[in-house]
Ligand binder design. Structure first.
Ligand code: PHB
Length: 394
């Protein structure tokens, strides 16, 4: 195109906008584009759906708008496949031009998204994946998490078992970042308190062939078993643990993902299992009850921890957008408002650490009559791994 012709088209564009309307105001009146990059297929499919539902419920409660602006959603199934993650995130930012990128569930996929978020500077909210680096050595002003760091959910369980004088434990999980960090958090508090890890067992993600590992556990005869599993894999593990005759013989513990969102699928096999997590569906507070009623009314299904994390991502973005009256271009001010926000969450009120990860109470829960009943607070206001791992770029 010649320079003259380009100049002509630019003039036409300006005329079309109308000279009385300043361009920024015009931009502000359009929809805000939000990319939802989540798993909608595979073992974490229902986690992606719950996060999407929770996010949209928060927006609906704001009258369907954030900072007065309507929302346009672009959804993309990440299949929990790390090998395609960076390309997919880049597609949302570069081709679809999303203003905000929300995702994801799987820690390996998250690393690909974090790379693109850091390179592009797009405003990014993580509604689940707990990989430490995202709010640790790779922390950035535009990256926020409304869920947890993997080890944050398991460190409290090590302490619980030390207090109960449990001595010998076998751990079992998927061999990928989330599993490794979950076991590391448990190991840290458990061994510091004098506990002994007899053996660490692993299987590749998302493999659910547990049989030979259960046979090995039976022959090791530990005092307890500690696991990290989630989604469809968690339900199958609980059923297999019972079928192998281990339930009731060797107490089973885990982070709360083991029993969240899968209580119908697991049936009897989940009853009595104790876990630690930043939420419990049986949390008896007016805030949680109101959320649960609204969620069931909207989706005809009970919410779980993933729904809460998606909902809180919506609340966080609402706080940012309110501060700038919907002017998504004022990113520094949005970030400042999100850093300061106190999130009135169904899990209890919480705020961001300086690394942009929630500082939050970790509950002890016990599955009772198909509900994760909260039996106590294992650790209050936990910031772990400590935010000091993050050297926030200026
Ligand atoms: C993760 O990969 O970070 C992950 C996945 C599912 C969970 C928790 C953590 O429930």
């Amino acid at each position: 195109m010649t320079t003259r012709r380009r100049g002509f088209l630019q003039t036409l564009g300006t005329l079309a906008l109308g000279s009385a309307v300043p361009a920024p105001l015009f931009a502000q009146q359009g929809k805000v584009k939000i990319g939802l990059m989540l798993p909608y297929t595979g073992t974490f499919a229902q986690l992606g759906v719950a996060i999407t539902n929770g996010f949209k419920l928060a927006v609906a409660e704001e009258g369907g708008k954030l900072g007065g602006r309507e929302i346009d959603y672009v959804t993309l199934d990440d299949e929990s496949d790390p090998s395609k993650a960076a390309d997919r995130a880049n597609q949302l930012v570069t081709r679809d031009r999303v203003d905000v990128l929300v995702g994801t569930v799987h820690s390996g996929v998250q690393m690909g998204i974090v790379k693109i978020a850091r390179e592009s500077g797009v405003l990014h909210i993580i509604p689940n994946a707990g990989v430490a680096a995202a709010t640790g050595e790779l922390c950035a002003p535009n990256i926020f998490r409304t869920s947890f760091a993997n080890a944050q959910t398991t460190y409290p369980m090590g302490k619980v078992l030390v207090d109960r004088k449990v001595k010998n434990v076998v751990t079992l999980t998927w061999k990928y970042a989330a599993g490794e960090e979950a076991v590391a958090g448990f190991r840290d508090s458990f061994t510091k308190g004098g506990g002994n890890i007899v053996k660490e067992l692993w299987l590749p993600f998302p493999n659910v062939e547990f049989q030979s590992l259960l046979t090995e556990i039976a022959s090791l005869k530990p005092d307890a078993v500690f696991v990290f599993f989630a989604g469809g894999g968690a339900a199958k593990f609980l059923r297999d643990y019972q079928a192998a005759g281990l339930k009731g013989r060797i107490p089973l513990y885990g982070s709360g993902f083991l029993t969240d969102g899968i209580l119908e699928a697991a049936g009897d096999a989940a009853e009595g299992v104790e876990t630690t997590l930043h939420y419990g569906d049986g949390l008896e507070t007016p805030r949680n009850n109101a959320f649960r009623v609204a969620y069931v009314r909207a989706y005809k299904i009970a919410p779980d921890v993933y729904a809460v994390q998606g909902y809180d991502a919506g609340l966080l973005l609402a706080a940012g957008m309110r501060a700038v009256k919907g002017d998504i271009g004022r990113k520094k001010e949005i970030i400042a408002a999100m850093e300061k926000a106190e999130i009135d969450s169904p899990r209890g009120k919480w705020k961001m650490s300086r690394a942009h990860n929630p500082v939050q109470d970790m509950y002890l829960r016990k599955v009772t009559n198909k509900e994760n009943k909260v039996t106590g607070v294992a650790i209050k206001a936990l910031d772990y791994p400590p935010a000091s791992a993050c050297k926030m770029p200026g």
